[in-house]
Ligand binder design. Structure first.
Ligand code: COA
Length: 150
């Protein structure tokens, strides 16, 4: 598997990006403001993430996703590790990520990759998404914020 930056003449993989965030508007904004990286295997795009500069020396990992038939094979973890290394090599001092209170697997993944929980944005998903979201039998209301020093 190769992970590389998306070229300017390539279209971002919207189907894949929308797996991580149901809001097309937010995804399009993130992709435009950030840098998109893709994972490829046998000429197929199998994963994606976006690095979005937020505050000075801080970047946020947004829209990380792996094609559904490849979940659970370690690709997501490789993408998170790659995102952390890329952010560090670009001189950022902090990388952040946010996920839903109901996203149990994602919370496990980020903590296994050395992110620490730093805060909770209460009712973020209620305020920003028109539809109710449920995962693992839990309503997704709050955004759990995680961070890692680089
Ligand atoms: N409890 C404990 N650990 C769990 C877990 C759980 N319920 N669910 C996942 N994990 C762990 C796995 O065991 C693995 O750790 P390990 O390598 O130490 O075993 C790690 O989390 C991630 O596994 P991996 O196979 O690398 O993940 P993946 O390739 O399936 O990708 C996502 C993970 C989140 C990118 C993928 O599920 C996806 O694309 N989801 C849809 C989009 C999305 O939700 N994006 C994130 C938005 S915040």
């Amino acid at each position: 598997m190769d992970i590389r930056k998306l070229n300017t003449d390539e279209n971002p993989p919207m189907d894949l990006l929308l797996l991580a965030d149901p809001s097309r508007t937010l995804v399009e904004e993130y992709v435009q403001r950030g840098e998109c990286f893709i994972a490829e295997s046998d000429n197929q795009m199998i994963g994606v993430y976006v690095l979005l500069p937020t505050r000075p020396e801080t970047v946020e990992l947004v829209n990380i996703a792996v094609v559904e038939n490849q979940h659970g094979k370690g690709i997501g973890k490789q993408l998170v590790v790659n995102a952390v290394q890329t952010a560090k090599s670009k001189g950022y001092k902090t990388i952040e990520v946010g996920t839903g209170n109901s996203s149990i697997g994602q919370l496990a993944l980020y903590q296994k990759c050395d992110f620490r929980i730093t805060g909770v944005d209460i009712d973020f998903f209620i305020r920003h998404y028109p539809e109710e979201i449920f995962e693992n039998g839990i309503q997704c209301r709050d955004m759990i914020r995680l961070s890692q020093g680089l």
